[in-house]
Design a protein around this ligand. Structure first.
Ligand code: NDP
Length: 500
C-alpha cells in the first residue's frame, strides 16, 4: 500500500481491482455481479447532459465586478454600492454551433454574467451585440430553427436563414452587425457585452428607471476576416478556450468597463413619439446622443474553473435572476426568456440546478420547495416545510417589493414590429463603417448568400437598398463578383413552392 487514497465505489467501499473484469476462468464470460464494472459503464453513458439548444459551445471564467461610481440614485441594489466588489462568473458562447463546433465561426456571441450579490444572484444574460434578430418571443423558436440544421439534409441552410431574415426586416440591424467585422471576434476578451434587453432599476424612493447595460472591452476590439478565421479553424476548433484559459493562467486578466443608459420611467412614450421605436424593442438601441453612457465600474476575469463540466457546462444563467433594485421591463423577448431560460436548465440539468456550486448563491437561501431529483442537504428546520407556520420558518420581506408598474391597455396581439422603422438604425451603423469595413460587409453577405434562391436574394437586397442605396448596390456587386453556387439551393425543398 502507498499513502495514496484508496479507490472506492460511489458508496465508499474499497475496490480490489480497477484493471480486470471478473470472469469465469481466464477466457470465460464477464459476470453480472461485477457491479463496479457495471457502475463504470453506466456512468460513462451518463457523462453528458443534453447540450443547450442554443449557445452550446461556451467558455467561462470567474472574476470580480468593482463599482467605482455612484449610481445609487437609480438603484438600491447592493451590488451597486460605491466601492463594492462582487464575485462573478462569466460564460461566453457561440449561438448556433453544437458543442464540437469551431470557436472562430461567424456568429453572435453569448455574454452571460452571474453576480453573486449579498441579496441573491443577479444574472445578466446578454450577447456581444446590443440588439437581436427578433422582437417577439413567438418568433424565437422559428428564428433558432433557421440557424440549426435542416431536418432533411442535416446541414445548416443559408436558404432558411435568408428566407426568414428577408421576411422579418426587424432582423436587418443584427444581420448587419453579424456580417460586419464584429461578427468574428478573435477571442472573448476582444468584444463588448450588452444586456441587450431593456431592464429596470429602482431606488430607495420607489422611482423606476429603464436601463440598458453595456460592458466595453478594455483590450480593444479585434476581429478575424473570413480568410483568417478559416486558417484558425483549420488549426484549432478551440481557439477561444485556448485564448481565455491561457490569458487567465498567465495573469493577463481581461477587463471590461461597465456602463448603463438610463431612461426615467414615463419617458418611453416621448421616446416612441420622437423616434418611432419602442424603448422595449430588442431589435433597436437607444442612441447614445439621447441616452449617454453612464459609467458604473469595472469587471475583471481572473480565475479559471477547476472543472469544465462542473462549472461551465453546468452553469445556468437566467434573466429571471434579479435582485432588489433591479427589475424587468415589458420587452417582449425578455418576458419570453424569463420563462424559457430557467425551463431549459430544469430540463437540461435538473430541478435543483441552482444548488450546484457555480449556480449557488453566496447569500443565504431559504424556501419551501420540497423534494425532486438531486435534493441536496437536510432542512435545518424540518418542521417548517409549509407556510404560514408556527415553527420559525422563513417569512416574506415586503420592503423588497418593487414599485408597482402602471400598465393599462386592451388585451390583444398588438403588433409594433410592423409599423416600426427598421432601416434608420442599420443605416446609422452603416454610416459609421469606413470603406474597407463596407467592402468586407458586402463580401461577407455575398458569401453567406451562396446557393440561396434568387427570389429570396432579391427580397433581401430590397431591404439593404432601403437601409442605404450603397448597401444594396455593394452587396449586389459582391454577389456578381463572387458568382453563384447553387449547390445549397438544390438541397432545400422548401423554397420551390414559395418561388412558384
Ligand atoms: P454612436 O456613434 O454614439 O455609437 C456607435 C456605436 O457603434 C458604438 O457603441 C460602437 O461601439 C458601435 N460600433 C461600431 N462599429 C460597430 C460594429 N461593427 N458593430 C456593432 N457596433 C459597432 O452612435 P449611436 O448611439 O447613435 O448608434 C449608432 C449605431 O451604432 C446604432 O444604430 C447601432 O447600430 C450601433 N450601436 C449603438 C449602440 C448604442 O447603444 N447606442 C451600441 C452598439 C452599437 P464601440 O464604442 O465599442 O466601438
Amino acid at each position: 500500500m502507498t499513502d495514496r487514497p484508496r479507490l472506492t465505489t460511489t458508496s465508499g467501499a474499497p475496490v480490489s481491482s480497477n484493471q480486470n473484469a471478473k470472469t469465469v476462468g481466464r477466457n470465460g464470460p464477464v459476470l453480472l455481479e461485477d457491479y463496479q464494472l457495471i457502475e463504470k459503464l453506466a456512468h460513462q453513458n451518463r457523462e453528458r447532459v443534453p447540450e443547450r439548444v442554443v449557445h452550446a459551445k461556451g467558455w467561462g471564467a470567474y472574476g470580480t465586478l468593482t463599482v467605482t461610481e455612484d449610481v445609487t440614485k437609480y438603484s438600491r441594489a447592493k451590488v451597486f454600492k460605491p466601492g463594492s466588489q462582487t464575485e462573478m462568473f462569466a460564460r461566453f458562447s457561440t449561438v448556433a454551433g453544437e458543442q464540437g463546433a469551431a470557436d472562430a465561426e461567424r456568429d453572435v456571441r453569448g455574454f452571460s454574467l452571474k453576480f453573486y450579490t449579498e441579496e441573491g444572484n443577479w444574472d445578466l444574460v446578454g450577447n456581444n451585440t446590443p440588439v437581436f434578430f427578433v422582437a417577439d418571443p413567438y418568433k424565437f423558436p422559428d428564428f433558432i430553427h433557421t440557424q440549426k440544421r435542416h431536418p432533411r439534409t442535416n446541414l445548416r441552410s443559408a436558404t432558411a436563414m435568408w428566407d426568414f431574415w428577408s421576411l422579418c426586416p426587424e432582423s436587418l440591424h443584427q444581420v448587419t452587425i453579424l456580417m460586419s467585422d464584429r461578427g468574428i471576434p478573435t477571442d472573448p476578451s476582444r468584444m463588448n457585452g450588452y444586456g441587450s434587453h431593456t431592464f429596470s432599476l429602482w431606488n430607495d424612493n420607489g422611482e423606476r428607471f429603464w436601463v440598458k447595460f453595456h460592458f466595453k472591452t478594455q483590450q480593444g476590439h479585434a476581429h478575424f476576416v473570413n480568410e483568417e478565421a478559416e486558417k484558425v479553424i483549420a488549426k484549432s476548433r478551440e481557439s477561444y478556450q485556448e485564448a481565455l484559459y491561457g490569458m487567465i493562467e498567465e495573469g493577463r486578466f481581461p477587463k471590461w468597463t461597465m456602463f448603463i443608459q438610463v431612461m426615467p420611467e414615463g419617458e418611453e412614450e416621448q421616446f416612441e413619439e420622437k423616434t418611432g421605436w419602442s424603448a422595449f424593442d430588442l431589435t433597436k438601441v437607444w442612441p447614445h446622443s439621447m441616452y449617454p453612457l453612464i459609467k458604473v465600474g469595472e469587471m475583471e476575469l481572473n480565475r479559471n474553473p477547476e472543472n469544465y463540466f462542473v462549472e461551465v457546462e453546468q452553469s445556468a444563467f437566467n434573466p429571471s435572476n434579479v435582485v432588489p433594485g433591479i427589475g424587468f421591463s415589458p420587452d417582449r423577448m425578455l418576458q419570453g426568456r424569463l420563462f424559457s431560460y430557467p425551463d431549459a436548465h430544469r430540463y437540461r440539468i435538473g430541478t435543483h440546478y441552482d444548488t450546484l456550486s457555480v449556480n449557488k448563491p453566496k447569500s443565504p437561501v431559504h424556501h419551501y420547495h420540497q423534494g425532486g431529483e438531486m435534493t441536496l442537504g437536510l432542512a435545518t428546520n424540518p418542521d417548517a416545510y409549509y407556510e404560514p407556520n408556527s415553527f420559525n420558518g422563513p417569512v416574506e420581506d415586503p420592503s423588497v417589493e418593487e414599485p408597482p408598474h402602471k400598465y393599462a391597455g386592451q388585451v390583444g396581439r398588438h403588433d409594433y414590429r410592423g409599423h416600426a422603422d427598421h432601416y434608420s438604425q442599420p443605416r446609422a451603423l452603416f454610416e459609421l463603417f469606413d470603406d474597407g469595413q463596407k467592402q468586407r460587409l458586402f463580401g461577407n453577405i455575398a458569401g453567406a448568400m451562396q446557393g440561396v434562391p434568387q427570389f429570396i436574394v432579391d427580397r433581401q437586397l430590397a431591404h439593404f437598398e432601403k437601409v442605404h442605396p450603397d448597401y444594396g448596390a455593394g452587396v449586389r456587386k459582391a454577389i456578381a463578383e463572387q458568382g453563384r453556387d447553387d449547390a445549397e439551393a438544390s438541397l432545400s425543398t422548401s423554397h420551390s413552392a414559395a418561388a412558384e
